[in-house]
Design a protein around this ligand. Structure first.
Ligand SMILES: [Zn+2]
Length: 249
């Protein structure tokens, strides 16, 4: 049975495996019509903290690959306007990665999720927020806990390439909640027989040495709440629990 490995050395193995089959690209570089080669779209949804994203971005750049970092403009866990976070986002961009929108219907101020206009307005508002902070165009979108209608949905939403569109979901593996649902990603990739694959990872789960998601969250929580009051700390813990509901803390 596959023992999950969230060490950076295993991460590099996944990269090397994909590089042997095709090219690893960020979402914005994907174009089915002009591409004849096999592409692996590489994306990260940043649900918890930008710090882990920065480490991951450096590892990838050193390893010669560029990917998409999808951020939540009004995340309750990190503020993209903070000086430190702005710096991180600039650094990630300067390395050659893409910054794009991770759309969270809960925090984006959507009053009626059944109303497409309402959703589109919120998406456009979020896009502007990212552009204002990062000074970059937003070309791609992924959904935090996607509504059914966006899964295997349209290729473009509000002018952004939809990571959950049907053509990008032919082959899709993800480390959501610190677990590869399909088992060993290298085994999944060895059965790859499509022209495009998508790999989603969450930088928080990865570290120099493998740790279980429970341990990772525990460490994160301890670091994050060190200088918080008791109330702030309880509040942070609750939001974290809601963000990654499948992992015990
Ligand atoms: Zn998410």
């Amino acid at each position: 049975m596959f023992q999950t490995d969230f060490s950076y050395s295993f991460y590099k193995k996944i990269i090397d495996f994909c590089n042997e089959i095709g090219s690893i690209i960020p979402l914005k570089e994907y174009d089915r019509n002009t591409s004849n080669e096999i592409n692996f779209i590489w994306r990260h949804d940043i649900d918890i903290s930008l710090n882990y994203a920065l480490t991951m971005a450096k590892i990838e750049a050193e390893h010669g690959i560029f990917s998409t970092y999808m951020i939540i403009p009004d995340s309750p866990l990190y503020q993209i306007q903070d000086t430190e976070n702005r710096k991180i986002l600039c650094e990630i961009l300067e390395m050659g990665h893409e910054i794009a929108l991770h759309f969270d219907i809960e925090t984006a101020g959507v009053k009626n999720p059944a109303d497409s206009n309402d959703i589109n307005t919120a998406i456009n508002r979020d896009i502007k927020k990212i552009t204002n902070v990062c000074g970059t165009e937003v070309n791609s979108i992924s959904f935090h806990r996607p509504l059914q209608k966006f899964l295997y949905g349209e290729t473009y939403i509000c002018g952004c390439l939809n990571a959950y569109s049907s053509e990008l979901m032919e082959f899709y593996i993800s480390d959501s909640q610190g677990s590869w649902r399909e088992g060993n990603p290298l085994t999944s990739l060895s059965k790859f027989d499509s022209s495009v694959g998508q790999i989603l990872t969450h930088p928080i789960w990865w570290a120099e040495k493998h740790m279980t998601p429970t341990q990772t969250l525990k460490n994160h929580l301890a670091r994050q709440t060190k200088t918080m009051t008791r109330n702030e700390s309880a509040n942070y813990k609750e939001i974290l629990k809601q963000t990654v509901p499948g992992v015990r803390q």
